[in-house]
Write a protein that binds this ligand. Structure first.
Ligand code: SAM
Length: 246
């Protein structure tokens, strides 16, 4: 019979949110409450395959994105297990569906999906996985495109694909490639990775997007800059599509 760890027990090991250790039923006690986050945590513990870091990252990204981007099909590019797509649907049921796109969908993605659907049967049939390149997926202007840790220039391809479709987009970049990434004029003054992300903001603004910048806790990941961008409608100053700014 699986047992839940008692996080308060003397000598209990620290629970690093940045760990790639897989969540298992031993971690159930880490998620004791009735909050949506703890319920998701317990569900994925039963899957016994999701790296802990992915749960915390997905949640922190999704809840910030959902403050400003409601509805629309969720397209999780370079999505791995698709935890971000699932968190997005759980936070806003007005999105009809989610598509997780990755050239290497992990074999364990089905287990995470099944554990989530077992807890929230209303999501059955609404989350699809496509084992293909993000360059090949069709996007529409009503989509909300998300990408957590699309490595290096993959993030720029996500932004290019989303903006070509005039879709809303949110990225949490990682693995900045200083040889390829465009650091713009600020590269001589600020950290190179930061300069690349600032240049991404400027590029999006030149494409008539309104950009919001956030950070998630560095305890979860040091690559913690979150960029959320929504197209500015022609003739209008801002495009929040009915959502409240957060
Ligand atoms: C660092 S992982 C991030 C996975 C997930 N988003 C997360 O946060 O856990 C980067 C992912 O990008 C995927 N990938 C690499 N090139 C890709 C491409 N051209 N199209 C779609 N996915 C790609 C990899 O298979 C990998 O799963």
């Amino acid at each position: 019979m699986p047992h839940a760890a008692d996080p308060q027990a003397p000598g209990a090991s620290p629970f690093a949110k940045s760990s790639r250790t897989r969540l298992t039923t031993r971690d159930l006690g880490r998620f004791p409450s009735g909050t949506l986050f703890d319920r998701i945590g317990r569900a994925v513990c039963h899957a016994e395959c999701l790296p802990r870091k992915e749960l915390f990252e997905a949640w922190e990204v999704a809840r910030r994105v959902r403050r400003v981007c409601r509805g629309g099909r969720v397209v999780d590019l370079a999505g791995g297990h698709g935890m971000l797509a699932m968190a997005m649907l759980l936070l806003d049921d007005s999105s009809p569906s989610a598509l997780v796109v990755d050239t290497g969908i992990p074999a364990s993605a089905g287990g995470v999906h099944d554990a989530i659907v077992a807890t929230w049967p209303r999501l059955a049939g609404r989350i699809a996985f496509a084992n293909e390149s993000l360059d090949d997926v069709a996007l529409g202007h009503d989509d909300i495109v998300v990408a957590s840790h699309a490595c290096g220039s993959l993030t720029d391809r996500v932004l290019d694909r989303a903006t070509a479709a005039n879709a809303r987009v949110a990225v949490l970049p990682c693995c900045h490639d200083h040889a390829i990434g465009d650091a713009g004029a600020l590269g001589g003054w600020v950290d190179g990775s930061l300069a690349i992300d600032i240049e991404r903001v400027h590029t999006l603004e030149r494409r008539a997007y309104r950009v919001r910048t956030h950070t998630i806790s560095p305890e979860i990941t040091p690559k913690n800059r979150l960029l959320i961008a929504c197209p500015v409608p022609r003739g209008g100053p801002r495009d929040d599509r009915g959502a409240q700014a957060g």
